[in-house]
Design a protein around this ligand. Sequence first.
Ligand code: NAP
Length: 317
Amino acid sequence: MYDCVIIGGGPGGVTAAIYAIRSGMKTVVVEKIGVGGQIALSDIIENYPGFPSISGLELMSHFENHAKGIGVEFVSADITGIEVDGDKRILKTAGENIETKTVVICSGAEAKKLGFAGEEEFIGRGVSTCATCDGPFYRNKAVAVIGGGDTAVKESIYLSKIASKVYHVHRRDRFRAEKVLQDRIVTKDNIEFVWKHTTEEALGDVSGVTGLRVKSVDTGETRDLDVDGVFVFVGITPNTAFVDCDKDEQGFIVVNENMETSIPGVYAAGDCRVTPLRQVVTAVGDAAIAAFKAEEYVSELEGRAYDKVGAQGVTLK
Ligand code: NAP
């Protein structure tokens, strides 16, 4: 039985593992695909202290090397449920279940869908939620980007270096992205802002997307943008369906300041939890607290077991 199982191998998960193993807990990180998480898809990170400019992939390779260098074990599995059996937390998988005393959930979040006509139909054939994965297919072609948060603005800037033209569609007339990104995007000559427009439909044929129909919020008039690709960045949805604990209406896990969920011995950190800020730096801070509190929990359990043995008159070591 493990002392601590960490679900997710993004920045939060790897940090929790580093803290957990250093505190002497028998620890494993369970990850669906590979170490890195969503941030590994980010072309550039400029707000993680110590690294003025680094790709997500490179930053995560530093995290991974650090963890593996001190003996953190990573296994590949898809957790489908968490059951409580006394002091045991049983993680359900398609294969063997995993037993542990504590769990730190760092399962992150994934891109939300917008729900316009053609979005599902053209996923992988012109509609995408990952600029670093699919951007290179649109070299010298026109693309549309939808959304006004950090992700949309960052990815629009990235795509402007590959595509001949980027139509940046947003439902309001201002971005919510951080100021430094707003200042940067307006310097890009090949980005045309399509303010106060909603998305109606991805147009296309058997070859894939050939256009995007957008609609003015003010006049209701529609306009067809001549694009080959549509990138949707309208927020995130948490990967938390496998755990039955207190969550908000969108599924983000509710924790207290100790990162404790409503299930004793189960903690949550990073993007999957209710939090005012989702950054690498906040995920790693959350994760350090979660692992620290998990270790305290395990120590208390062990203390309890020790007391029980003592009470039964067994010689104590
Ligand atoms: P976000 O901040 O939630 O922004 C979502 C954007 O999509 C908003 O501009 C929103 O418009 C728009 N939107 C939502 N629903 C829509 C709809 N139905 N129709 C049209 N537009 C819609 O999401 P995010 O950009 O993916 O960021 C998620 C989290 O990760 C945030 O906490 C963000 O700060 C963080 N992040 C940070 C960085 C970084 O480098 N610092 C990079 C990426 C992400 P409104 O503005 O009108 O609401």
